[in-house]
Ligand binder design. Structure first.
Ligand code: C2E
Ligand code: CA
Ligand code: CA
Ligand code: CA
Length: 279
């Protein structure tokens, strides 16, 4: 989404280079999309470096617009966040994920952990964990099968409230991941202060890891430090074998990236689980 002035969002896709929808239209469109099942959850596999097997996935929302086609989250998540629509959107993604988890269980597939992104607005909701618990109870899904991804900027303000919210999420059985690690105001004190289970090294550090000595030194050090603190490390945006080899050498735990798979529709992810696809 490009922001033009304060209240005017326009979004562009290859199919509609010159068509622009103003913020009001887009908000109305998104509202309808939530009611009309136009939002889909895609899954991008998380792969264990040692076994090479799929151990989880990140749930990533997509908008299948009837006229425009597939719209990527960067085009509508900011608007959803600004308008508060991120709350029903987050609920929808959680419900869909739980339904998919049930379907995998019914097929007898080995359990995988699904990561859900939480945006700042969701994270600040007073009844966040209560609403999540309601859905988990209703759909009879074990909270251990979920991880919640947060960014550094979300946890840096208001330490007390952050701690409370994280503790509540953990009582659901879920784990906590720090997303996009290294891009924010990385203060290592977060890792000490908060009950973080997993750290996701941002794609920007992985991209040049095989060319740039500084990036590789940073990744190596981050992995070593995280492990000393008992924190698991996932590398994001792994696109080639050279990156994979280095990350494996550094002891990284899991990989996510186009090298293994792009985010895929649920049918495709289910097939990967059935086939036991591995690295
Ligand atoms: P993110 O949480 O950092 O998600 C990872 C993004 O990196 C995804 O983009 C994924 O498709 C992309 N990616 C994964 N592997 C590779 C790779 O090897 N190379 C490259 N170039 N990219 C890779 P996506 O799906 O477009 O999502 C963008 C952002 O939108 C996410 O960034 C997340 O912040 C947000 N988002 C997506 N779904 C949700 C959702 O359900 N709720 C909330 N609150 N935010 C969401
Ligand atoms: Ca994420
Ligand atoms: Ca990320
Ligand atoms: Ca990112």
């Amino acid at each position: 989404v490009k922001e033009h002035g304060r209240n005017n969002y326009r979004f562009y896709t290859p199919e509609m280079t010159h068509m622009a929808i103003d913020r009001l239209d887009m908000e109305g469109n998104l509202r309808r999309a939530l009611e009309r099942d136009e939002l889909l959850v895609y899954y991008q596999p998380l792969v264990d470096f040692t076994t090479g097997r799929i151990v989880g996935a990140e749930a990533l929302v997509r908008w299948q617009h009837p006229r425009i086609g597939m719209i990527q989250p960067s085009e509508f998540i900011p608007l959803a966040e600004d308008t508060g629509l991120i709350i029903p959107l987050g609920q929808l993604v959680l419900r869909q994920t739980c339904a998919d988890i049930k379907a995998w269980q019914a097929l007898g597939l080995p359990p995988v952990k699904i990561s859900l992104n939480l945006s700042a607005r969701q994270f600040r909701q007073d009844d966040l964990s209560a609403t999540i618990r309601e859905v988990l109870d209703e759909m009879a899904v074990d909270g251990h099968l979920l991880a919640f991804e947060l960014t550094e900027s979300m946890v840096m303000h208001d330490v007390e409230n952050t701690l409370d919210t994280l503790r509540e999420l953990k009582t659901l059985g879920a784990t906590i991941s720090l997303d996009d690690f290294g891009t924010g105001y990385s203060s290592l004190s977060y890792l000490k202060r908060f009950p973080i289970d997993t750290l996701k090294i941002d794609r920007s550090f992985v991209r040049d890891i095989h060319h740039d000595n500084d990036d590789s030194a940073i990744a190596h050090a981050v992995i070593a430090m995280a492990h000393k603190l008992g924190i698991k490390v996932i590398a994001e945006g792994v696109e080639c074998a050279a990156q994979l080899d280095l990350l494996r050498e550094f002891g990284c735990d899991e990989l996510q990236g186009y090298f293994f798979s792009r985010p895929v529709p649920v049918e495709e992810f289910t097939l990967m689980l059935k086939q036991g696809r591995s690295l």
